[in-house]
Design a protein. Structure first.
Length: 299
């Protein structure tokens, strides 16, 4: 079984015919036919049925297809790694929480663009659970996220920095007049989720025993929209302190006298089988340095 045979097979599937596959691969139709027959003989199965109106994959072909695509992909990655002598290159598709994208990662992106011009970054803001699941299934190469330190199946993770959380309200909110807050004070106030799906919201609500009898929850995907909602007095919000530092400094938001009983950290995660990717390795190293410098400048 050879890579060129697998490439002929996947191209026939993609184009729907032997003739179109030959044109795509810039070779003759008999060459494609020979490669498919050789692949079928090597595997001892029939991959296509020849029908009056075209071809149709057999069940063996359907089963082979994802493996063939993966082998071709890995072969191409290996070829590029060898020809680039390990220099970071290629495209990295990265997931991140919006708060990290906007308040932590822009200096990192700038650094990567200048230091590793052969690495193309594509950054997507989603919630933590979706990001980590997408890393596991290969839709993302890696992800930045805020969460507790815990084992994550199929992933390698590294902690970049503690991520302090702060409970905030608008200046006119009644809780700003309190010297201390009880759990009832918090659960009886409308909670504004700054990033719907963020793991720290789950930790917070679990710690206070939130249920359907508690005050309503206003879900907003935008950090900026959540800050405006809180500032206008619609409710309170638990947010990473880095996202509200300027609003706390100028009085648009007020820090409430309450601290969570749990701790969360900004972390970076990637698939265990992607650990040798030079671009991922470069991004991990750069992230550790840039975030460390950023935290030091704020203390």
């Amino acid at each position: 079984m050879e890579t060129r045979q697998l490439l002929a097979f996947t191209t026939v599937v993609q184009t729907g015919s032997f003739t179109k596959a030959a044109a795509t691969l810039n070779c003759s139709q008999p060459t494609i036919t020979t490669r498919i027959k050789a692949l079928e003989e090597a595997l001892g199965v029939v991959l296509f049925r020849r029908l009056p109106r075209g071809i149709q994959m057999t069940s063996a072909g359907v089963e082979l297809l994802p493996f063939a695509r993966n082998i071709i992909n890995l072969t191409e990655k290996a070829r590029k790694a060898i020809t680039m002598n390990g220099e970071p290159h290629g495209k990295l598709v990265i997931g991140s929480a919006q708060s990290l994208t906007d308040y932590r990662l822009l200096p990192l992106i700038e650094y990567m663009c200048w230091r590793y011009p052969s690495v193309q970054l594509s950054l997507h803001s989603r919630n933590t659970l979706n990001n980590l699941n997408s890393v596991r299934d290969g839709a993302l190469d890696c992800a930045f996220f805020i969460g507790a330190i815990e084992p994550r199946e199929g992933l390698e993770t590294t902690v970049l920095c503690p991520e302090p959380l702060v409970m905030v309200a608008g200046p006119s909110h009644m809780l700003t007049q309190r010297q201390s807050l009880t759990e009832d004070d918090l659960t009886s106030s409308t909670l504004i989720r700054a990033e719907n799906g963020a793991s720290y919201h789950e930790l917070f609500e679990h710690s206070l025993g939130y249920d359907d009898t508690r005050a309503p929850v206003l879900e907003l995907d935008s950090v900026d929209a959540a800050k405006r909602a809180v500032a206008s007095g619609l409710g309170i919000a638990l947010m990473p302190e880095v996202t509200v530092a300027s609003e706390l400094a100028d009085g648009r938001l007020v820090r409430l006298p309450w601290s969570p009983t749990f701790r969360v950290y900004t972390q970076f995660g990637w698939r265990q089988d992607n650990s040798t990717n030079p671009a991922v390795t470069a991004l991990v190293s750069a992230a550790a340095q840039v975030v460390s410098d950023q935290v030091a400048s704020l203390t």
